[in-house]
Write a protein that binds this ligand. Structure first.
Ligand code: ZN
Ligand code: ZN
Length: 370
C-alpha cells in the first residue's frame, strides 16, 4: 500500500491557509522542482508531481472539502486520480507557468510571431558618389505580405479553420514511459489552423515574392565596405511579426587620379626637375575643381603638400579631411642639342660645387674625430 503525504504538508501551509497562500507556496515548490531546472533528477520529478497534485486539490473548494473530510481515500472515491505526467500538469496550470515563470508550457510557440529575414544587397558606387553622397533606387527581390489576403493566406470571404488533427493546439502528444513527448503537429505545422480555401495569389502562404524598388540615400563619406541599414526593408515577418532589415553593402570603384586614405584624398602629381629646382605654380585637380599649388624651390621627389579641407567628409562629424599631394619628379627622356649642352654646363658647375661641399664635409669629420 502506497502512503501519500498530506497535501497541506506537501505545500507547507496550515489547514486554514488561504487560496493565495496555497498558490504562492505551490509556485515556490513548482519553481524549485521544475523539470527544466532539474533535468533527469527523479526525486525532483516526484516532488514536482506531488506539489502539483496537492495544489490541484487544495485550489478547488469542492476537492479541498472532500479531502478535509475524507482524506486521500475520499478523493479516490470521487474519481480524482492525480496526474499522469508533466503534460497533464502543464496543461492544467499552464497559465501559472506562463505568468510567473516564463517557461515550461511550450504553448506559446503556436502564436509566437516571427521576425522576417534580413537581406543583403551589394551596391557599387563611384569614387565621387562616395565623396559627395548620392541617392539611388535599388531593385530588391523579397517576400512581402500578400496584398490579396492581407497575409492571412485565405481566399477572400473564407477563413482558416481549427486544425482537426491537433484540435488547434499546434502540437501532438505521444506517451513515452513516464513522459509525454510533444511534437509540432504535422498537418498544420504548429499553427493550429488549416486553410481550406487558400488564397490563389500566394497559395495560402500569406506572402508573395516581389521585386521592389527601394530608395537608398547614401551619405557623403561612405567608404568601401560601409554598410547601410534600411530598417524594415527586409523580408516580411511570419504570423504578424515585424519585417527584417535590408543591409546595403557599399563597394566604391577606384578612381584614375584620386586615392583615399580615411577622410584624406591622396594623389600624385608629376613635375619636371626644373620645376622642382626653381619652384613653380601648378594646377592640381581637387574634388571641387582645379586649385593652384605653389611648389617651393628645391622640392624633393616624394615631398607631400596639403590642401586643407579638400578631402572627404567624415561620416560621423561631417568634417572634411585634406587632399594630400605627392610630387613625382619626371626625368626628361628626349632633349634638344641646346638643352643637352646647357645641362652639361650645369653639371660641370654642379660637380665643382659638390666636390667643394664634399671637401668641407670630409674636413669637418676629420676635425671632429681628431
Ligand atoms: Zn494541427
Ligand atoms: Zn494571399
Amino acid at each position: 500500500m502506497i502512503t501519500k503525504r498530506d497535501y497541506y504538508e506537501v505545500l507547507d501551509v496550515g489547514r486554514n491557509a488561504s487560496d493565495d497562500e496555497i498558490k504562492a507556496n505551490y509556485r515556490k515548490f513548482a519553481l524549485k522542482y521544475h523539470p527544466d531546472r532539474n533535468p533527469g533528477d527523479k526525486e525532483s520529478e516526484e516532488n514536482f508531481k506531488e506539489a502539483a497534485e496537492a495544489y490541484e486539490v487544495l485550489r478547488d473548494p469542492q476537492k479541498r472539502n472532500i479531502y478535509d473530510q475524507f482524506g486521500h481515500q475520499g478523493l479516490e472515491g470521487s474519481g480524482f486520480s492525480g496526474f499522469g505526467g508533466f503534460e497533464d500538469i502543464f496543461s492544467s496550470f499552464g497559465d501559472i507557468f506562463e505568468d510567473f515563470f516564463g517557461f515550461g508550457t511550450g504553448r506559446r510557440s503556436r502564436t509566437q510571431v516571427q521576425r522576417g529575414a534580413d537581406l543583403r544587397y551589394d551596391l557599387g558606387i563611384s569614387f565621387m558618389e562616395a565623396a559627395f553622397g548620392t541617392e539611388t533606387e535599388i531593385n530588391v527581390e523579397k517576400m512581402e505580405m500578400c496584398p490579396e489576403c492581407g497575409g492571412s493566406g485565405s481566399e477572400s470571404g473564407t477563413h482558416p479553420e481549427t486544425c482537426s488533427y491537433c484540435n488547434g493546439t499546434g502540437q501532438v502528444s505521444r506517451n513515452q514511459g513516464f513522459f509525454t513527448v510533444r511534437t509540432t503537429c504535422p498537418q498544420c505545422r504548429g499553427k493550429g489552423q488549416t486553410i481550406p480555401y487558400p488564397c490563389s495569389n500566394c497559395r495560402g502562404t500569406g506572402q508573395v515574392r516581389v521585386n521592389k524598388k527601394v530608395g537608398v540615400r547614401i551619405p557623403a563619406g561612405v567608404d568601401n565596405g560601409s554598410r547601410l541599414r534600411l530598417t524594415g526593408e527586409g523580408e516580411a515577418g511570419g504570423y504578424g511579426g515585424p519585417p527584417g532589415d535590408l543591409y546595403v553593402f557599399i563597394h566604391v570603384e577606384t578612381h584614375d587620379f584620386f586615392g583615399r586614405h580615411d577622410t584624406d584624398v591622396v594623389c600624385q602629381i608629376p613635375i619636371s626637375f626644373v620645376q622642382a629646382a626653381l619652384g613653380d605654380k601648378i594646377k592640381v585637380p581637387t574634388l571641387n575643381g582645379d586649385k593652384i599649388l605653389e611648389i617651393p624651390k628645391g622640392t624633393q621627389p616624394g615631398d607631400l603638400f596639403r590642401f586643407r579641407g579638400e578631402g572627404i567628409p567624415s561620416l560621423r562629424s561631417g568634417q572634411r579631411g585634406d587632399q594630400v599631394i605627392q610630387v613625382m619628379i619626371k626625368t626628361p627622356t628626349s632633349l634638344t642639342k641646346k638643352q643637352e649642352r646647357l645641362l652639361k654646363e650645369f653639371a660641370s658647375l654642379e660637380s665643382g660645387k659638390l666636390s667643394n661641399k664634399f671637401k668641407n664635409i670630409l674636413k669637418g669629420s676629420l676635425n671632429s674625430s681628431s
